[in-house]
Design a protein around this ligand. Structure first.
Ligand code: FPP
Length: 253
């Protein structure tokens, strides 16, 4: 039986988030410059986007460039930006053919103009697609996002459109870049690192975390299916006991 067929489509995560890590180490293993790893990472991006759309995963978020990545050597930053621009514009047609909507989260105003324009263009051209939403986290960091949300909320209080006693989790959610996007049930990180690295800190509160040794350029559809199967074998308790969950399940039957 193929791995894909083992997946229970009734228990599919609605939202999967991925920290694509290990491009640099992969390139080093191949005796090539770091950008070679990023270039080969594009194939893995294609594979997981296609796999997510085929299965019917509603949201897929990829951490493509963090706020901290701006501190990398200038030539790597420029090459990575060019790769992003090139990939986004080259893939827009395929996104449309597969009914995939593109969105982006992060400090998008800090992107180079051509990258921002290509991104904006692809978001516009794919905005009516409804099968899967691909969210690219670009110039993104969770602390930046949360700080931004606090500033927005403070402004609303200053403007008297909100009072401090009205602040709820829903208000915080509405002021994050991910407003309207369900929380990821599953977060995957490749390359054997066991960290969250400033990615969706608020949104991952109850997510299942899956770590694999595979370096991102080696990540294929079967690796994605394995992560989903691992998730489906876990019990998500949200702070409750196993017994409480079993009672609720029995009551629902
Ligand atoms: C992390 O590996 C990877 C990145 C910072 C960039 C990911 C970008 C791509 C795969 C390019 C295309 C993406 C899209 C969405 C079109 P690393 O460089 O930190 O690897 P290392 O930890 O081995 O050094």
């Amino acid at each position: 039986m193929e791995l894909k067929e083992k997946i229970n489509l009734e228990k599919l995560p609605q939202h999967i988030a991925i920290i694509m890590d290990g491009n640099g180490r992969w390139a080093k293993q191949h005796g090539e410059p770091r950008i070679f790893g990023h270039e080969n990472g594009v194939r893995s991006v294609r594979e997981v986007v296609e796999a997510a759309a085929e299965l019917g995963v509603k949201y897929l978020t990829l951490y493509a460039f963090s706020t901290e990545n701006w501190n990398r050597p200038q030539e790597e930053v420029i090459a990575l930006m060019q790769l992003l621009v090139h990939t986004i514009s080259a893939e827009t047609k395929t996104l449309n053919e597969n009914k995939i909507r593109l969105q982006a989260i992060g400090n998008l105003n800090s992107l180079p103009e051509d990258c921002f324009n290509e991104l904006h263009d692809a978001i516009e051209k794919t905005k009516n697609n409804e099968r899967t939403t691909l969210v690219l986290a670009l110039s993104y960091s969770s602390r930046w996002e949360i700080t931004n949300a606090i500033t927005n909320i403070a402004k609303q209080i200053e403007d008297k459109t909100l009072t401090s006693s009205e602040i709820t989790e829903d208000i915080v959610n509405a002021n994050l870049c991910t407003a309207g996007i369900p929380e990821p049930e599953l977060m995957i990180r490749t390359s054997g690192e066991h960290r969250i690295s400033n990615f969706l800190l608020w949104q991952l509160a109850y997510s299942e975390l899956y770590f694999t040794e595979k370096l991102w350029p080696d990540f294929r559809k079967n690796d994605f299916y394995e992560a989903i199967l691992d998730y489906q074998n876990r019990e998500r308790r949200f702070g409750k006991t196993s017994e409480q969950l079993n009672q609720n399940n029995m009551a629902g039957q």
